[in-house]
Write a protein that binds this ligand. Structure first.
Ligand SMILES: [Zn+2]
Length: 205
């Protein structure tokens, strides 16, 4: 499995391609907003996007999901955030961004495990940034969306956000044994061990 990263959307979302080298199939985590940029990456990598996993339903992470779905990718999102793909809670309207409404193909809940393109995923629900935010675990990697950032955390002042839930969610991630590479929804990569030591937002209360 290969990991490829690009930055998409107005708000600089991290879009990740997880690539099965043998089949040249890819799972995308948070497609972002730029359809063209993602399609260009798909082409230059010589892969086919089979699925898009969304950490949550905000427009900057999910804005191109409808178009990618039309191209044949299955869209995955938590059961709780799925309605945000077709209502104003994706916040596109708040930021003046168009959002193509869609129905997700697959919804998931806490603890769900699935294999796509030969890659094993585990879902840890990490509410707080939105009530349906998820973290995806793949091998020794965590894709944390807008839950956990390098020495920072996601905003909790949007609708369905909760600071208490966010801190509890991150503590759940901390409680996992060992270290993980952390790939957040914005900004730089980090590790779980680094955050356990240096993330002052979580020890705040
Ligand atoms: Zn968000």
């Amino acid at each position: 499995m290969k990991l490829y990263h690009l930055v998409t959307s107005l708000l600089s979302v991290n879009t990740y391609f997880l690539i099965n080298d043998e089949t040249k199939e890819a799972v995308v985590i948070d497609g972002g907003e730029n359809y063209k940029k993602v399609k260009q990456a798909e082409q230059s990598l010589g892969v086919t996007i089979k699925a898009v996993l969304l950490t949550h339903g905000h427009f900057d992470h999910a804005g191109n999901a409808k178009k990618l779905q039309e191209d044949g990718a299955k869209i995955y999102i938590s059961k709780i955030d799925a309605p945000k793909l077709k209502n104003e809670l994706n916040l596109g309207g708040n930021f003046g961004r168009a959002f193509d409404y869609l129905d997700a193909d697959v919804t998931f809940s806490d603890g769900d495990k699935f294999t796509i393109c030969g890659i094993d995923f585990e879902v840890v629900m990490t509410p707080g940034h939105t009530d349906g935010s998820a973290t995806f675990i793949v091998e020794n990697m965590m894709f944390t969306g807008d839950t956990l950032f390098l020495e920072s955390v996601g905003r909790t002042d949007f609708p369905t956000g909760s600071r208490e839930q966010l801190v509890a969610s991150i503590k759940r991630l901390y409680a996992r044994e060992g270290d993980y590479k952390v790939y957040p929804g914005h900004q730089n990569f980090t590790t779980l061990e680094h955050e356990r030591k240096y993330n002052t937002f979580v020890d705040y209360d």
